[in-house]
Design a protein. Structure first.
Length: 410
């Protein structure tokens, strides 16, 4: 059997970032930068006030105290957005609001709370009762955070709200991002019935297409088709052709039909076109992967727990690599478990976990399944999972209190 790392390495080696496109930053949330974003303007763009108060000369107010206040004549009122540039001479000040341009001759801003009576009508004298701690206090200088041309965010970064606002603050309105991968999802099995349908003997509710479509969308992909098909070779082959030709999919993800049974439709149709292997993992041992035309094709097992674990191990890293992501692995922690379980010898185990975050200094985990088990057939327990334990192949048992490698899902 291949190890998980060996199979993942084959997947990543076959994956190349998709083409880049320019999009407005208002449409770029969740996208991955294809080109480094540089500041278009200095940040701040001009010397501006960090406080609501009075712009003044430091030499006028450096000795001010409550016992020996300094009174200044106020000659201007400067709200944010003002273009005025009053010239301050000795004994004169300008009332100024946070973010407003500082007069060129001002050398300090005195906050309202360091004056007597604080905020007053703008043309009343300012009475300073607390001296600034240094010249230049409360003035944000032009370019002190970034200069035009400086790097704001590097290629490979996923654009969240914080990254987008930083880019916008530097005067940039468009970014170069990788195209979202187009994904076709195909769930196979003659036993599958639509959720909510009346079930006859031998049928089960179909859930893998729901799972895979949601996982792909969460990973930044554009899901272009979602289908369920019986174990008929011709019907499955037609869906694959449609995904490649009509939907122009970059990735096709199937579930079911890859094992050693008599009605393995994915293997029957694609055995000569992609590779079918056994991977030393539990759940998720049977896997298929390859390329058809320009598309990556993943054949995952049929049980929902196997589908979910296989997606995390192989499909999600590929989707992120297609988008040019700098890192393609989920965050990992080492946490103590409050439950014990066994692990199959020689296979890397993925156990859905429930995280206990009630103590911020000592998170702990336990299996999400009600009985603490981790079989491939388990599906209902996934509703309680917010992480996976990734148990190495050389570990056969996990005891209460053991530290385990935990892959965070949220």
């Amino acid at each position: 059997m291949l190890t998980v790392d060996e199979q993942r390495a084959k997947v990543i080696a076959a994956t190349r970032p998709l083409d880049a496109e320019s999009v407005p930053i208002a449409q770029a949330a969740g996208r991955v930068l294809a080109a480094t974003a540089h500041a278009r303007v200095d940040v701040p763009l001009f010397d501006n006030s960090a406080m609501d108060g009075y712009a003044a000369l430091f030499s006028d107010v450096e000795a001010a105290t409550a016992e020996n206040p300094v009174e200044l004549e106020v000659i201007a009122d400067l709200p944010a957005g003002s273009a005025d540039e009053p010239e301050l001479s000795r004994g004169r000040a300008a009332r100024i609001m946070t973010g407003a341009p500082v007069p060129p001759t001002a050398t300090v801003v005195v906050p309202f709370e360091h004056t007597r009576d604080g905020l007053r009508t703008w043309d009343a004298p300012a009475v300073v009762i607390t001296a600034p701690f240094r010249e230049g206090a409360n003035i944000r200088r032009r370019g002190e955070e970034l200069r035009a041309g400086d790097v704001v965010a590097a290629a490979g970064v996923t654009l969240g709200p914080l990254q987008l606002t930083a880019i916008a603050a530097t005067g940039t309105d468009t970014v170069r991002v990788h195209r979202r991968p187009r994904v076709a999802v195909i769930s196979t099995g003659s036993e599958l019935a639509a959720p909510g349908a009346d079930l006859t003997r031998g049928q089960i509710p179909e859930s893998n297409s729901v799972l895979l479509a949601a996982l792909c969308a969460e990973a930044g992909a554009e899901v272009v088709s979602v289908d369920t098909v019986t174990d008929e070779d011709a019907a499955f082959a037609a869906l694959v052709d449609r995904a490649l030709d009509d939907a122009r999919a970059d990735v096709v993800v199937t579930s079911g039909g890859v094992s050693a049974g008599a009605h393995e439709v994915v293997k029957n149709v694609l055995r000569d076109r992609i590779e079918f292997v056994a991977v030393a993992m539990q759940p998720g041992r049977p896997q298929a992967f390859g390329r058809l035309a320009d598309a990556l094709v993943f054949g995952l097992p049929g049980n929902p727990a196997s589908v979910a674990a296989s997606f995390e191990a192989f499909v999600r890293p590929a989707l992120l690599a297609l988008q040019g992501r700098a890192g393609v692995q989920r965050p990992m922690l080492r946490l103590a478990t409050t439950a014990a379980w066994s692990s199959p010898a020689g296979r890397q185990q993925y156990v859905p976990l429930t995280l206990d975050r009630s103590d911020p200094a000592a998170w702990s985990v336990r299996p999400a399944a009600a009985d603490g088990s981790s079989g491939a057939h388990l599906a209902a327990g996934l509703a309680r999972a917010d992480a996976y334990a990734v148990v190495p192949a050389d570990v056969s048992a996990v005891a209460v209190g053991d530290l385990v490698d935990v892959m965070l899902l949220s």
